[in-house]
Design a protein around this ligand. Structure first.
Ligand code: SAM
Ligand code: SF4
Length: 332
């Protein structure tokens, strides 16, 4: 699948639920309204749509949410998608992975590994229990740490994702990098993006990663590397730890020119860009009884509309988000 700007689309992110057991302050308002369950695609329907994307050239699928591990029987989907994993030499799915807040990871880690998952991204914005409770509103740090270590024990490579938040965790990145290094985890920092109403001013939370990186360089030796996980992060080797640190900078550095992904929501809506509203309703196509060819045609028509990039500008987002939907609809 090649989009109008010559970008090859090989990466599908699938949000399997918009629900979550946490309420991170940069992601959701505390009193979020979620979709009625009747709107959701079944796991079989999601698998069927993923199959169409794989036939069209998708090689990597990331399951996300909301919190993907709160969706009932989600391991069934991991198993059915993992059955599509191939060697990669003749195309087909090469990687199946997930992004999770880690709260349910302890009980799912072994099943995920058994299904064929080898890497997991866990979102963890702080190592301070009180701050963790404040940022997530409802979360407990020890549960997430249990999940992280259960994942590692099950054989999953763990990457920690942290959103950089002014005043909230900006004094912690040295400690987080040291902690990740001591456990062999890569760390990836993310700039907060103006998505959805959160009942607070985004510009009060926003912290440019250019500033964070120059502060980190006072203590750590960071050497730029060509390492990539197929995502937008720019990685640096950390000489002192032997691990890596990545920076996802949608605000300070637009990464759209190398965008290789599209996003499917739990209702079968396909978003071609995280920061734009145009979408394709694949549920309607699927439920109208489309055969494989018709489904693939609908996906190709959507990819042909993929826009050049997002228009996130934080200063314009003090009072209104750049897009109305929350990050939890598409899962980042
Ligand atoms: N619940 C899972 C989790 O937290 O990992 C998966 C979904 S969550 C929406 C995916 C990622 O998006 C998380 O790493 C989260 O920190 C990040 N995120 C959420 N809202 C964001 C925002 N407004 N800007 C930047 N990142 C955001
Ligand atoms: Fe839930 Fe993830 Fe959003 Fe936090 S970032 S509220 S864990 S969906």
């Amino acid at each position: 699948m090649i989009d109008p700007f010559g970008r090859s689309i090989t990466y599908l992110r699938v949000s399997v639920t918009d629900r979550c057991d946490l309420r991170c302050v940069y992601c959701m308002a505390e009193d979020m309204t979620f979709l009625p369950r009747s709107e959701l695609l079944s796991l079989e329907e999601l698998d069927c749509l993923c199959g169409a994307f794989i036939r069209l050239g998708v090689t990597k699928i990331r399951i996300t949410g909301g919190e993907p591990l709160v969706r009932r029987d989600v391991t069934t989907l991991f198993r059915s998608l993992a059955a599509r994993l191939g060697s990669g030499s003749h195309g087909g799915l090469r990687e199946l992975t997930l992004t999770t807040n880690g709260t349910q990871l302890a009980r799912h880690a072994e099943a995920l590994h058994a299904a064929g998952v080898r890497r997991v991204n866990v979102s963890l914005d702080t190592l301070d229990a009180a701050k963790f409770a404040a940022i997530t509103r409802w979360g407990r740090l020890d549960r997430v740490l249990d999940g992280i270590f259960a994942a590692r024990a099950a054989g999953l490579a763990v990457k920690i994702n942290a959103v950089a938040l002014r005043d909230l965790n900006e004094d912690e990145f040295d400690a987080m990098l040291a902690w990740c290094g001591s456990h062999g985890f890569d760390l990836c920092l993310i700039e907060t993006m103006p998505m959805g109403e959160i009942g607070a001013h985004r510009s009060d939370q926003y912290l440019p990663l250019s500033l964070v990186r120059s502060r980190l360089r006072r203590r750590w030796t960071l050497a730029e590397t060509s390492y990539s996980t197929g995502g937008p992060a720019r990685y640096f080797d950390v000489a002192e730890t032997g691990t890596r640190i990545g920076f996802i900078t949608p605000m300070t550095h637009n990464f759209c020119e190398t965008c290789n992904r599209v996003r499917l929501t739990c209702t079968g809506t396909l978003f071609m860009c995280l920061g734009q509203d145009d979408a394709a309703d694949l549920r309607r196509v699927l439920r109208a009884g489309a055969d494989d060819a018709a489904l693939e045609e609908a996906i190709l028509a959507a990819v042909a509309r993929k826009p050049k990039g997002h228009d996130f500008i934080i200063d314009r987002c003090r009072d209104a988000p750049a897009v109305a939907r929350h990050m939890s609809v598409t899962g980042g």
